[in-house]
Design a protein around this ligand. Structure first.
Ligand SMILES: NC(=O)c1ccc[n+]([C@@H]2O[C@H](COP(=O)([O-])OP(=O)(O)OC[C@H]3O[C@@H](n4cnc5c(N)ncnc54)[C@H](OP(=O)(O)O)[C@@H]3O)[C@@H](O)[C@H]2O)c1
Length: 281
């Protein structure tokens, strides 16, 4: 049996859809059914169920709020919550799939891409707590996959694409940061990889998974709005200050995932598929 935490989030919903397509049975939970910050309840739930696989999608994801008013909750969910899930998973003999982020890196490595074992150095509270979540999983478990991803977009959540599309309804011109580079990731590609590692019995450990190719937020916005009349203009991060500092250059090397035989579409291909799907909704 499969357990999903955070099953109603952006990624959790995509994963449920994929498991439905694959006709696999699962139990999907959100904080109402399984609050991962409640150690005892998490332990009881997982030990009663004894899932073979746990897709741990629950997280605190409000990156800017985590810098101040959300700081305690961020730590509670991403560190303590993950520790609770990992301890219960270990006791139940489950394999754990933990989703992490490129924000564990500082983005200062301009000479190349981040490898899975490169030095981490988060610049934000969210990056710090997601990294502590990784460390908890590694400390407690042997049977785990840590999958770091970046710039996630999916049909089922709040994300950059919907923000741009909504702003485009009321603006003729949008300014978007042109000095932060990364790899957008479609939840469908990520969910496929999450099930792929299980199906292929891939070696446990840390993987990077996003769509192929890279871009700045400005380039991403231009592609999202290319069929509209809205002008997209580049600005620097200094001109668009945010509470949390983001890595400037967080392009993660995907070769470990590709070496398993997993085919990764480019972000442009993934975006085109997303827009096609969105048009049908
Ligand atoms: N979004 C991105 O750009 C991005 C980038 C890199 C990595 N990631 C990682 O990808 C994973 C999935 O992210 P996402 O975009 O799907 O995030 P999301 O849409 O915010 O989903 C997170 C889910 O976790 C649930 N949750 C929060 N607190 C909980 C608790 N105490 N117990 C149980 N469930 C709880 C949320 O429920 P409520 O809505 O009810 O609070 C929500 O359903 C996360 O690990 C995230 O860190 C995301």
């Amino acid at each position: 049996m499969i357990l999903i935490t955070g099953g109603h989030g952006q990624l959790g919903t995509e994963l449920r859809q994929l498991l439905d397509e694959k006709k696999l049975d699962y139990v999907s939970t959100d904080a109402d059914q399984l609050d991962i910050t409640d150690k005892e309840a998490t332990n009881t739930f997982i030990n009663d169920m004894k899932p073979e696989i746990i897709y741990h999608c629950a997280a605190y994801t409000a990156v800017d709020k985590a810098e101040d008013e959300g700081k305690e909750l961020d730590e509670l969910i991403n560190v303590e919550g993950t520790r609770n899930v990992a301890e219960a998973a270990k006791a139940a003999g489950s394999t754990l799939i933990y989703i992490s982020t490129d924000y564990v890196f500082d983005g200062k490595k301009k000479d190349g891409m981040y490898q899975v074992d490169d030095t981490t150095n988060p610049l934000s509270e969210y990056g710090r707590t997601k990294l502590l979540g990784e460390k908890a999983v590694q400390e407690i478990m042997d049977d785990y996959y840590i999958i770091r991803t970046s710039w996630v977009f999916g049909i089922y959540g709040h994300n950059f694409i919907y923000t741009m599309q909504n702003l485009a309804k009321t603006h003729d011109r949008l300014t978007v940061v042109n000095d932060q580079f990364g790899r957008p990731t479609w939840t469908r590609t990520l969910a496929e990889f999450m099930t792929f590692v299980i199906e292929k019995k891939a070696p446990f450990g840390v993987y990077h998974l996003s769509n192929e190719d890279s871009c700045s937020w400005y380039e991403f916005a231009k592609e999202i709005l290319k069929d509209t009349k809205v002008e997209v203009a580049p600005v620097t991060s200094e001109e668009y200050p945010q509470k949390a500092t983001r890595p400037q250059y967080s392009i993660m090397d995907l070769s470990k995932a590709k070496a398993l035989g997993f085919e990764i579409p480019t972000w442009q291909e993934a975006l085109a598929s997303f827009l096609e799907l969105e048009a049908k909704q």
